[in-house]
Design a protein around this ligand. Structure first.
Ligand code: SAH
Length: 245
């Protein structure tokens, strides 16, 4: 190996080990992140366990590896970011509050809009029967495919397309989760939400200032569908865009 490459490889190895000296793929490093999330109020054991089961550093650039187990969002290229673990945990815990998920003790069939680097899809896959995840940027769709091949999850289907249209071919979904926020909730998402299902998404707040988390439950009462919407805390997500690139 030429000298320069050796030096780069050594630097890379140094970046890959956590400040404590533990390797980034040590279970302790993930467990520490999860304990902090728990202290900060994330209570759902299933979600905590799933977060402890995914190597977040494998989904980001190796230069960012040392930050991968901090509660921070990180750039994944193409102007996009991977969400903070606390936000991923919060949204997935909210999905478990839906009637279908609560009954099945599983997120069931999940639609994710905004695959990004594939991290959240990997967490969801540990809690769901199947995950269909859509990404509109081809390079990120391809990157997620590589990242998830290493994680070898058989129950994730990656789709390159406009997530605003949902994915009718695999609908209905028990759980729908969006990682990008728009001005409205696309009708396709509501159409593809199973009775008893729950949708969690960031959305531009009424009045147009900032974003909030929105939860929609699909209730079926005496054969009649009703969608009940609630708004929660302020959040900061990348914008939900139309079309593919
Ligand atoms: N869950 C991701 C977070 C990615 S950030 C992760 O774990 O890495 C949100 C992603 O949503 C970006 O990659 C962005 O390109 C994508 N996105 C925005 N609008 C979209 C749309 N209409 N359809 C599909 N993906 C979209």
């Amino acid at each position: 190996m030429p000298q320069r490459h050796l030096r780069e490889a050594a630097q890379d190895a140094a970046r890959r080990s956590a400040p404590s000296g533990l390797g980034l793929d040590s279970a302790m490093v993930r467990q520490r992140m999860v304990s902090r999330l728990q202290q900060d109020g994330l209570r759902d054991e299933r979600v905590l366990q799933a977060l402890a089961g995914v190597y977040r550093h494998e989904f980001v650039d190796s230069a960012l590896g040392v930050q991968a187990y901090e509660d921070t969002s990180l750039p994944i290229g193409h102007g996009q970011t991977i969400s903070k673990p606390s936000v991923v945990g919060r949204m997935i815990a909210m999905l478990f509050g839906g009637a279908a998920a609560a009954q099945q003790a599983s997120l069931g069939r999940v639609l994710e809009i905004g695959t990004g680097c594939g991290y959240q899809a990997a967490v969801l896959a540990l809690l769901a029967k199947q995950v269909v995840s859509i990404e509109r940027l081809k390079p990120l769709h391809d990157k997620a495919r590589l990242n998830l091949a290493a994680a070898a999850r058989g129950n994730i289907r990656l789709v390159y397309g406009d997530g605003r249209l949902g994915f009718a071919g695999a609908a209905p979904f028990d759980s729908i989760i969006a990682a990008a926020g728009g001005e409205d909730l696309p009708q396709a998402w509501l159409d593809q939400l199973a009775p008893g299902g729950r949708l969690v998404a960031p959305m531009v707040a009424p009045g147009g200032r900032g974003q909030v988390l929105v939860v929609v439950d699909h209730l079926l009462e005496a054969g009649v569908s009703r969608f009940v919407r609630s708004e929660f805390e302020a959040v900061l997500f990348v914008p939900l865009k139309s079309g593919v690139m």
